[in-house]
Write a protein of this length. Sequence first.
Length: 133
Amino acid sequence: LCAGFLGQMTLSGDLDLLSSEQIETVRRYLDFYAKLSPELRLGGKLRIDCSSPSRMYPTGRQIVTLETEKEFLQIIHFFETDVTAEEFALPAGDWELVDSVKADSMKLAVENGKTKVGSIPSFSAAALLFRKK
């Protein structure tokens, strides 16, 4: 669902077969998406940093960020990986974490201008929304 923050959010398959827990996860991501300003969704400065050498069989991680003057969205995808913890720098400025969505087992912290991610499962993702203080 985190990939949906870069365009259209879609689900495929028999949606009526989703469990109540899965439906709640979808709702949590939709609620998060609703917090993104139109300026960020449609016109934010886009940056992509991907460590995978292959699109067919991705390994490592991918960071996609969208940034406006007042908001910053950090989308982190982990593919097949042995990495259990990683840090990512925030842009210069005084940023406040507004909300986040993530894989349930993943640990997130924001300290000293960095997003710190731990307990990283393979093929997982997180999205973090920041606003300038």
